[in-house]
Each structure stands twice: as C-alpha cells, then as structure tokens.
Design a protein around this ligand. Sequence first.
Ligand code: ADP
Ligand code: MG
Length: 397
Amino acid sequence: VDNMVQHDMEKLQETFPSFKSHYRLIKRIGEGTFSTVYKAEDLRYNYYNNKWDLDARENRWTPPPRTSSQSQSNAPPQDRRKPKFVAVKKIYVTSSPSRIFNELELLHDLRDSPAVCPLITAMREGDQVLAVLPYFRHQDFRKYYPNMTVFDMRLYFRSLFTALAAVHKQAIIHRDIKPTNFLYDPDKRRGVLVDFGLAEREGVDSKPCLCHEDSAVRKQRVRNSTSAQVGPQPGYPKNDTRPSRRANRAGTRGFRAPEVLFKCTEQTTKIDIWSAGVILLTILCRRFPFFNSADDVEAMIEIATIFGTKRMKQSGALHGCVFDTNIPSIGAQGFSFEKIMLWSTCRSDGKAQKGDALSEEEKEALEFLSRCMDLDPNKRISADEALEHPFLKIDDE
Ligand code: ADP
Ligand code: MG
C-alpha cells in the first residue's frame, strides 16, 4: 500500500511539472469517493509577511519587496524554519468538469467565511485538477467523541454552526455535513468545514414542492389528489403511471434529512441542520455511526422507529408523499430523544431507570437536538437561530 501511495505521489508530481518547486508532498491523509488528499509543505509560503503568495497567475513564487530592515541581510526571519503545511486535494478525473468547477467556485465565494477552510489556489493539467487548502490539524472523530463533555459539545457545535451560518447566509447548501467533513481540533477547540464537492446553491435546480405552500393550500392539494384515486393501493402499485420523483439525494447515508429521503424538490439549507443534529445525537448517545442504513428505505425505517408513524406520515404529507409501513417494531408514537439517550448510554433498560438521570445540561443539549432534528424543515432551527440558542450561547471560560 505504501508503495502505491508513493507511486501516486510521484505520478502527481509528474503531471504537474512545476509542482515540485512549489510543494513537497509528505503523505496521503485522506481518500474518499471523489478525491485523494495529501499533506504537503508549501515552499511558496511567503515567510516575510506571513502570507501565502497567491500569485496564482504566474504560478511562481515571487520574492516579496524588500523592506529596509531586511535589506541589510538576506537571512529569513525566525519563523522561516516553521514549515507551512497545505492539504492538496486531487479530485478524481471521473468527476465531471461542472462538478469540479462548482466546488472550486463555492470555495472561492466562501473565502472570507469563518470556520470554513479557504482555498489557497487550484491548478489543472489536462483532466487532473488539484485544490490547495491550508492544512488543518485535527483529530479523528472516533477518538474524541466518546469522552466529550457537554461543554466540549457546546464548543464543537458553536464552531460548526458558525461555519453553517456563514455558508447558509450565501444560500449555499453544503449537503454533506458529517464528522469527516468537519475537521476539529479538540485541543484548540476549533474546527473548519471542508468538502464542498456536493454543495449547491439553494433554489438552483429546484422545483416547487408542497412543503413551501402554506398549510391550508397543502391540505386542499392533498385532498384533491387522494380523492382522484380509486382507493388505497397495497404495496407498490404495478405499472405505476405516475411520473417518478426526481430530487437531489446527494449526501451520506445516515445523515440525510427526511425531506431528502422523501425526495423533496425544493430542498433548503435546513438539510445541513438535520445532519448536524445527527452528529449531536451520535455524541450524546456515544454511538458512531448512530444510523447504519444501507439505503434510503432503511434510513426511513430508522428515522420512523424514533419518530413513530404518526409524525412520519405528517412529514411525508409535507412533500406530497404517503408514508406507510407494516413493520411491527415501528410504533405510532415513537420514542423521545431522552429515552433513546438513556438507553444507548445504558442508564435505562427500557423499563426502570438505572443510575443517574439526565443532568440539566444534558437536557439542554437534548432540547437543542430536538430543534435540529425537527422533521419539518420549516420549523427546524436555522444556523443563525442556533447560535442564539442557550446551548450554544455561552461565554468562553
Ligand atoms: P472527499 O470529497 O474525498 O471526501 P474531503 O475534502 O472531504 O474530500 O477530504 C478528505 C479528507 O482529507 C478529510 O476527511 C480530511 O481527513 C482530509 N482533509 C481535507 N482537507 C483537509 C485540510 N484542509 N487539512 C487537513 N486535512 C484535510
Ligand atoms: Mg469528505
């Protein structure tokens, strides 16, 4: 495997002849569905004024203008020895050009956003595109989530929601909020949002959905469409003549919002809030992954088990869908997040409570969770509102 990585690194340097003079590849740090990410040292870092030299047009390191104090000696300042690291994201050539362009363009639009990893530069050679980002030191989610206190969670989510507020302010939906796309450093208590490979602008490529109508209009429309049917049809209708529903379902299983599963055609930034809620549920319950579905139907079953059929039917109706199931383990009422948290942290066996009940701060976290994981995107909390919620509105120690 190491040889393969070495081989790939050499190939990358061959593809981009000027790469070697700008960057020193160190190791592979990530491999996903759409890219391979390497850690590299940026040899172009402008040590004199602590800035990256962004002369991307020339793609060549240009020496900074000399100041009088530096003209005396050519010796670089102290921090010359402190290397600057970058993350080089090699986007797979199988990604469509429009997709690659979309990712780079959105990153560019978000360049001044807090808690969003900025783009330093990008380069292309033939069909190969590289994006260069500042390297952000972080830890593996699996390592720190089991021990996070509620206070740690507040800091983590304040950082994540700061990023989301900035992204959503520009009407951009990230679409793939999950632990591996939010690089968090528990020591520095800082995180950055990465991976805009699936991101899109709200409203682009969307068609009106019932969920955006007011409820009276929606009820009337649903009534009209159901009265036209001959009667309830059990199971999947054969020779279904209805046009198939098409909607963007990009994202990661287990983190998809209910409206994504119901193929809502007018999805909003609220889908990211749901996914952030799933991260909080994971941490509170100390189970990762919390949801473990193989496909969208299973994902729907998992969500229905928590929320119950009654609320799932309402949720489906919002988008003009009928939710029906005969799975016996899915009840009408579902379970409260409090119960789920007590079970999964072994503080309750389903009947009697064992040991400690939930603390006041855990209850506050659960209240915040229920605002993020509201089945109705219209009622779900926004990132701006979340930052004002008591769970996130805290003073640093
Ligand atoms: P993909 O589209 O393949 O998921 P990502 O942009 O999510 O690509 O990057 C994949 C992984 O590479 C991340 O989960 C992270 O571990 C690592 N990574 C990405 N960007 C950075 C960065 N700026 N600093 C440090 N590590 C990074
Ligand atoms: Mg990713």
